[in-house]
Design a protein around this ligand. Sequence first.
Ligand SMILES: [Mn+2]
Length: 371
Amino acid sequence: MRFVHAADFHLGKPFGNYDEDTRAALKAARLNVLRATGELAESRCADFVVIAGDTFDAEAPPSRLVKRALDVMASFPGVTWVWMPGNHDSLAGVDLWERLERDKPANVILATSADVIEIGQDVAILPAPPSVKAPGYDLTEWMGTADTGSRIRIGLAHGGVTDFGSEDGGLATIPPDRAEKSDLDYLALGDWHGQMRIGARAWYAGAPEAEGFKGHNAAGVLLVEIDARGNAPRVEQVALGQYQWLRIETEFFPGNDPVNILEEALPVTGRDYALVRFVGTGRLGLSELASLREACDKAEDEFHFFEANLMKVGVEQTVDDLNLIAQAGALRVAAESIFAATSIEGRTEEDAQTAQMALSHLFHLAQEVTQ
Ligand SMILES: [Mn+2]
């Protein structure tokens, strides 16, 4: 028996901190990865797909988006989708779940109550749907007493595991040994947005499409195979997402070409589909820092999204750099006085950074004037 374990699609996630094009692309990617999940189920002959919560990012998603999601599921008539609410789209979104019940295609089963769902002759699914965003107690407890005969038992739950924590920092209530305690063959978890093994029989599927710089493990879904009741499941991690989110931190040293070092730190391929948050540390001379800034500006066009934070790069004093601003006169006096303020000694880090920015700007302006 083989099935796909997915969770946390977060359809409709707004990505409010990004520009309009990026937001639209990231939203579209979420619907695309739902389709890719159906394609995987079809091509790998999975008996069904379980979604362990947070299909939608909110309890009242746009009506059109609900229609699109149902259309995607309907377009794989040979795939059965077992769809459970999560904390973002909990049963408190009454209108949403009533609509899904009304409009869902025949191949979608909603797991909206803590009752056994029988699939075919051999499988029993035991869902623990969140009634509200944060129920505050362990919804999986009933699984232990559920009578499922000789069927393979698959638990379906959404939320934090007690010895690990939860995605949004909420109360974690699921015991890490729930699968063993309740005689489950497998516990399909949602909530944590990276793929993670909790035990031999319990996994977080993670978000199928990556969605931030938090440093989660690979994005995708899990393909789970169980030969017979009681046998250990075989779990295959399948990458499905389109976008890569990378937080890259690099230390700079004066005298080493910072543009080369930046280029080496950045991915070579797949730039159209990469979102990069770049953080520089270390120290650089003024002219080196200026060329690094310029290279970072260029990188903004190279990637789907690129943001550089160079606030932690300290300015290395060299007379040459100050000479490039001015050799003498009032401008030289100003440059030296701003330079003195870039030292952290006797200042807050913020004030020193402001001075660094001011000195870089002055340097930049002086360069433009002489060019
Ligand atoms: Mn989630």
